[in-house]
Design a protein around this ligand. Sequence first.
Ligand code: B12
Ligand code: SF4
Length: 642
Amino acid sequence: MSGESLYPRLEPLLAQVQKPIQYVGGELNAQVKAWDDVAVHWALMYPDAYEVGLPNQGLMILYEVLNERPDALAERTYAVWPDLAALMREAGVGQFTVDAHRAVRDFDVLGVSFATELGYTNLLEALDLAGVPLHATDRDESHPVVVAGGHAAFNPEPIADFVDCAVLGDGEQAVGDITDVVAAWKQQGRPGGREELLARLARVDGVYVPRFYAVSYGPDGAIAAVTRTRADVPARVGKRTVMDLDEWPYPKTPLVPLAESVHERMSVEIFRGCTRGCRFCQAGMITRPVRERTITGIGSMVDQGLRATGYEEVGLLSLSSADHSEIGQVAKELADRYEGTNTGLSLPSTRVDAFNVTLANELSRNGRRSGLTFAPEGGSERIRRVINKTVSKEDLVATVTTAYANGWQQVKLYFMCGLPTETDEDVLEIAELAVEVIRAGREASGRKDIRCTVSIGGFVPKPHTPFQWAAQASAETIDHRLRVLRQAINADRRIGRSIGLRYHDGKPGVIEGLLSRGDRRVGRVIERVWREGGRFDGWSEHFSFERWTAAAGAELAPFGVDLDWFTTRERTQDEVLPWDHLDSGLDKEWLWDDWQDALSEEEVADCRWTPCYDCGVCPTNGTEIQIGPTGRSLLPLTVVGR
Ligand code: B12
Ligand code: SF4
């Protein structure tokens, strides 16, 4: 029977696996609706382990939005670890949801959230475990429609063979529209079968159905053209944008994980989008324009969420939280409201700016003052101009020193390595900076026990950014630069021991690069890697570079291209990029001009505070940048804790 629980058959397996609690569901605020009461059943998947997937904001939002509809239900499913997967195969238990342990195979829609490309092999594993054919063209109308969403879906070409649709942009309204289409098609007796359903979905704003677009390649290996194969689907698919975030105050009742997770606090998204214009940042580019939640909206979400979860810490999230036009007031009023309670408030990593230390001081009035994180991203002023994240060395050292002087003991600094035009010298300046920060910090605070952690990641060029044309640095280059950086930091032990260095080798970044800027031919590489045992590629203990390079060599050679062609090759202006038919709202010419500006180390300002420079997004969305101040104030303190 459809919608039946697999739990009786799953339970005996759980005793034999690691961390079985992650598979049992029943979290605070989880929902189980009756199968037969609704028309459309959604399984929502985060293609990574429970501990990473559960706190994911995007999926939590969609789960609630869908479950609020009387005609739909949504349940969650996460990637199962290889130990359980093996037992499930032996026992014939399919991929299941954690809510009611129903078979994913029974659902109408399987929505998968791709925040990172390294989750692709986990999609194949889940499809296979679910008993859903890997290739979209092998599915019939009894199989769920597989829908990809999230930032990586802005170039879904590498997974085009495996998904039925990809949703570009915000999901809040799109999942409702998809539900309407599926409900109507089912209610009409499934006319035209799966093909007709997909054709209807392809006409929903923001929904891309890869099978209706044919890709041809030229003799040089590059794409010659992408053409639609039906006249009734759009030639270019545009993204969805929720313009008024206050109308979508989700999650209202956030899920509280049963098992340990990567983010154990409540999150309130204070705005979406970013116009700072950091050239490496795909999230910033594709989520434009900026849409702020009002101060009242934030206040009530914090209040309601805390009461619904019992959390003692709230993160005020966004891509650059200190940029909310009323952040000073938000911080002050929240700190006032929760003063004397056990509730802690925090901001995620911020730009290097003295104002942010003031903000952090304000938010931590309640006591806990563990660590502050800044993200200068580039080691030298020159490279910071290239990436458009300009801050002078003096300001950087002064800001961090202010933090130490204000009683912060730990400061984390995030950097990237392998940025376009980067040299060893740019990276070595990270060491100089860290040393200077510790010296000045010891002096200003009068303490010897202050620490600075330098966290450094390899840069991966992403679609829909000015760096989409850039040559990615090779793994060898990244590894070499990290080696010289480590030596430089350790050169003076008296200072070096106060500096922590966290980094990964360059290899996973190369594969992320292949998957980020890949086209449909890369799908074969993903499938081969999965067939050869590839899973959980975001985890170093599971990732095998050799497996990926061997698969890429074998699968790409017949097309006359290879791993380097997709990664370390710089693209020319006239090359058709695999995602050109997918519209993030940004003009390709503007992106190209910004790429040229990067090469000549020219910066652009944040258009929130300066005149529009015509990136293209606002006219596409029929809007203008909107910011506060609204003049409205937060809810009164009295409601808390009652
Ligand atoms: C900004 C950001 C942060 C910020 C703020 C997060 C936030 N606003 O929620 C901060 C700094 C706090 C942060 C923290 C962390 N992050 Co983070 N973060 C991001 C980033 C860049 C964007 C996330 C975001 O904007 N979320 C806002 C929500 C509302 O948007 P969304 O998830 O995209 O979902 C919307 C749409 O995309 C769409 N959608 C999404 N999925 C689907 C699916 C379907 C079917 C449909 C139709 C639509 C749809 O609908 C949603 C609603 O509109 C992502 C990478 C990325 N590009 O997505 C990494 C990312 C998610 N973070 C990551 C990590 C590891 C973390 C931390 C664990 C880091 C740490 N060690 O503390 C924590 C955990 C936080 C958490 N809650 O899980 C990883 C996850 C790795 C993995 N294996 O999956 C990512 C992928 C970065 C990376 N490449 O490594 N993060
Ligand atoms: S269109 Fe203009 S105002 Fe809107 S995000 Fe782009 S540059 Fe900024």
